[in-house]
Design a protein around this ligand. Sequence first.
Ligand code: GLN
Length: 193
Amino acid sequence: MKIALLALQGDFAEHEAAFRAAGAETLQLRRKQDLDLAFDGLVLPGGESTVQGKLLHELEMFDPLRERIREGLPVFATCAGLILLAERLMDDPTVHLGTLNAVVRRNAYGRQLGSFFHSGTFAGMENIPMSFIRAPQIEFCSPACQVLAEHGGRITALRQGNQLAMTFHPELETDCRAAAWFLREIVSPCKGL
Ligand code: GLN
């Protein structure tokens, strides 16, 4: 299985390491032509969603990527990646890809609790490392979304069909179970494996 990492900005290298540890081959998407390469899934890494959205447009990667996601390309999105997918942002008219039926609030934990670590349950797997770094919160998601993780009474990870999105980073520790789950539960069935 080949996983493509959006490698314009953010922590794509950490995701790449996690997916390799989970047994996938990887490649990096840096320019429009890279979208012609064959891949089975896409990682939208954490970082700065405003910068990533701007670069996607400048590099003319925005429309083709949105089309691929709409057509069912499996996506693994963390933090800024979730913001890129969200259909609406709270108190912000910006919409990026808008393929995920969820409303998201950027930098929602405020300055005091801007970044913190928590070890929690994701998709029934316990003690998954979850780093929240200027993390967003999911304010609303459609009933079509499957909740995969919660923290402090809030949804922190969800799946809507081919899209898996989380407010935290599971890739910053040497634990690749979230990546392995995505490969097993979303990418493999999409490939008919
Ligand atoms: N706060 C960032 C944003 O709005 C996301 C932070 C992250 O990806 N860790 O894009």
